[in-house]
Write a protein that binds this ligand. Structure first.
Ligand code: BJW
Ligand code: ZN
Length: 248
């Protein structure tokens, strides 16, 4: 792995570090991505199922998709990529994860500061009275679930056409703008406004490093790309960072 000189210099002085992640970070844990050649949601375009109208039109189908994904997620574990990100906390002063993922794997890997831009698949709420329902009581049932008020219960994730959680987004933007290093891992970077995060970081003078198996929408805007699987690239990069900081 070749580290560009400018990145080496940045690593030596960096304090605030963000890691912006997408579905690709969890691919090696066994969770399919949305798009791309291995994206098994290719048979269901996310734009078609991950929206409120689809839910109202066919709540059974949307629940089936989410229950299927919950089952996959419950059977997976964080991978070496998630753990390498957690370990960055031992190296830099302030490390935060800004994730588009809803799978909880950063939390399970031990990362402390996580901004979940698209919600969390373990959370659910009633579309009428907004009462919250947790994962455990819901996963038991395959039937369509309704709240005491009669409203349908939906997953606590952000669908197309919906606003992202305002406070979470604002805090993530604020941190992105303060970063010295900004990693972009396993995302196609096509979904907005989440994909603005690297742009905010770059506008504010951060150094952008992409890790992906292939070129993406963001490749031309980043300072450096490492092409490979994040579960392999991130641990290797972590070791290089340690060597750079110990002067070896
Ligand atoms: C690996 C790897 C390995 C694989 N190692 N790498 C036209 C232009 C611009 C914007 C819009 C537009 N029309 C509509 C919009 C807005 C829309 C949008 O962005 N659409 C675009 C797709 C065109 N956005 C919204 O609607 C958002 N809300 C919004 O804008 O509100 C304002 C508003 C309000 C009212 C009316 C209108 C607007 C909300 C977006 C919500 C996205 N939700 C989802 C589903 C979440 C719940 C769930 O999980 O079911 O979020 S969609 C899906 O995409 C999910 C993801 O978080 C998100 C991003 O995907 P991600 O993570 O990048 O995954 P992939 O699969 O795309 O990429 C995986 C990558 O990994 C690939 O690059 C692989 O190469 C790589 N990889 N293995 C390293 N081992
Ligand atoms: Zn209700």
């Amino acid at each position: 792995m070749n580290i560009p000189d400018e990145l080496k210099e940045r690593i030596k002085t960096a304090k605030n570090v963000a890691v912006f992640t997408g579905a690709g970070i969890s691919a090696e844990s066994g969770i399919p991505t949305f798009r791309g050649k291995d994206g098994i949601w290719n048979k269901f375009r996310p734009e078609e199922l991950a929206n409120f109208d689809a839910f109202i039109k066919n709540p059974e189908l949307v629940w089936e998709w989410y229950n299927h994904r919950r089952k996959i997620i419950s059977e997976t574990k964080p991978n070496n990529g998630h753990f390498a990100i957690k370990e960055l906390e031992n190296i830099f002063d302030d490390v935060r994860v800004i994730t588009q993922n809803v799978d909880n794997l950063h939390k399970r890997a031990g990362s402390k500061a996580i901004y979940e831009l698209h919600g969390n698949i373990e959370k659910n709420f009633c579309i009428k009275c907004k009462k919250r329902f947790d994962f455990i009581e819901l996963i038991e049932s395959d039937k369509l679930l309704k709240c005491d008020c009669g409203g349908l219960i939906r997953p606590g994730v952000v669908w197309f056409g919906e606003m992202l959680p305002e406070k979470v987004f604002a805090e993530a933007e604020n941190f992105a703008r303060k970063t010295d290093l900004f990693f972009i891992v396993g995302t196609s970077a096509v979904v907005y406004p989440a994909a603005l995060m690297p742009i905010y970081a770059k506008e504010s003078g951060s150094y952008l490093i992409e890790i992906n198996i292939e070129a993406t929408e963001i490749t031309y805007s980043v300072h450096h790309s490492f092409f490979g699987q994040s579960g392999e690239v991130l641990p290797e990069l972590l070791e290089k960072i340690k060597l750079i900081l110990t002067g070896e």
